[in-house]
Design a protein around this ligand. Structure first.
Ligand code: PEP
Ligand code: MN
Length: 361
């Protein structure tokens, strides 16, 4: 075959490509019309029986050289692309995304701005153990001008024989101390039916790493409309984390903060691997406040300060760190909680770094 003949055939192929393109777009237009009609009638857009009919018709009329399997495969792609086109814009542009809302979400609780111009330190014991224990931490918070107190009342522990938390009694302690010292309180809830009661006691509901994909809990937290701090799952991708937050927003609650708390990797030197790049990525992709939990990510007291600085340097809206009056006898996370003098030193060092400002002078 001469070069000229090849050129002639190539021209024909180009023409056919253009025809296929035109026909595919014409087909897409018709599918969109059907989609609109189905939407009006409230019918599901994906219709497997109809797909089967179309594939059978195509295979019956296949004269080759493509095999029947290839024809099925090619048309399945076209069907899928058409279905994707029918997804409403709402589903393509997530509510959590910057595309949906360009400006930062700022959540104001008891006068404290989460996601505002200054970073916030979320700190307190791993578990609420007693009124006295939490009070000691809260008194120090007030002295240091801190406004946010965390403490677990329901502890998701690896072993069922480990301390499981004080439950409602723990929430009551947080409420009492939050009121007494005018502190914003945060506590984890693990059961959807506990949410409503918990919202009466604490200012922010934490959904922990182990429950990031507990979709019923996420939906219930969305319906509740109370501020939520959502932590990244133990092995969750950023996409899965974003979709988890979307579950809450999709139920009408936009008061959501994200918290990077380290992910599981092969590295054993730290408890988890702090994914620092998650912070600017989440800030770019979403409009929600983003925090960095240095305690559960590193699991090491000696790394809390440098990782907190790193978190703030890459644009996080604040840091979570655990502090206990006597970590050696703590009922959970004894190894990595700071005692009060160590915590105060960390606050001093963060202030000195210029990355963190006094919350109340
Ligand atoms: C916690 O913050 O108390 C906690 C259990 O953290 P995570 O869910 O990130 O493990
Ligand atoms: Mn802990």
């Amino acid at each position: 075959m001469s070069q000229d003949q090849v050129e002639i055939l190539r021209k024909q192929v180009d023409e056919i490509n253009l025809q296929i393109l035109e026909l595919m777009n014409k087909r897409a237009g018709l599918v969109q019309e059907i989609g609109q009609e189905k939407l009006k009638q409230g019918i599901n857009r994906f219709d497997p029986e109809r797909e089967r009919e179309m594939l059978n018709l195509l295979v019956e009329n296949n004269n080759g050289p493509f095999t029947d399997d290839t024809v099925r495969h090619l048309f399945k792609q076209i069907f899928q692309a058409s279905l994707d086109l029918q997804k409403s814009d709402n589903k393509k542009v997530l509510l959590v995304s910057r595309k949906k809302k360009a400006e930062d979400t700022v959540i104001t609780i008891k006068g404290v701005e989460f996601g505002g111009t200054s970073p916030i330190l979320i700190s307190g014991p791993c578990s609420v153990e007693s009124y006295e224990q939490v009070r000691e931490v809260a008194e120090n918070h007030v002295k240091r001008g801190l406004r946010t107190l965390r403490g677990g009342a329901y502890k998701p522990r690896t072993s069922p024989y480990d301390f499981q938390g004080l439950g409602v009694e723990g929430l009551e302690i947080l409420k009492r101390i939050g009121d007494e010292f005018n502190l914003v309180t945060i506590s984890e809830i693990v059961t959807p039916s506990d949410l409503e009661l918990a919202a009466k006691y604490v200012d922010v509901i934490q959904i922990g790493a182990r429950n990031m994909q507990n979709f019923e809990l996420l939906k219930a937290a969305g319906r509740l409309g109370h501020p939520v701090l959502l932590k990244r799952g133990l092995a969750a991708t950023i996409e899965e984390f974003i979709y988890a937050a979307e579950y809450i927003l999709s139920e009408g609650n936009s008061q959501v903060m994200l918290c990077e708390r380290g992910i599981r990797t092969y590295e054993k030197a730290t408890r988890n691997t702090l994914d620092i790049s998650a912070v600017p990525l989440l800030k770019q992709e979403t409009h929600l406040p983003v925090f960095v939990d240095v305690t559960h990510s590193t699991g090491r007291r000696d790394l809390l300060l440098p990782c907190a600085k790193a978190g703030l340097a890459v644009g996080s809206d604040g840091i979570m760190v655990e502090v206990h009056p006597d970590p050696d006898v703590a009922l959970s996370d004894a190894k990595q909680q700071l005692n009060i003098p160590q915590f105060n030193k960390m606050v001093d060092d963060l202030l000195a770094s210029g990355l963190y400002k006094q919350e109340i002078p």
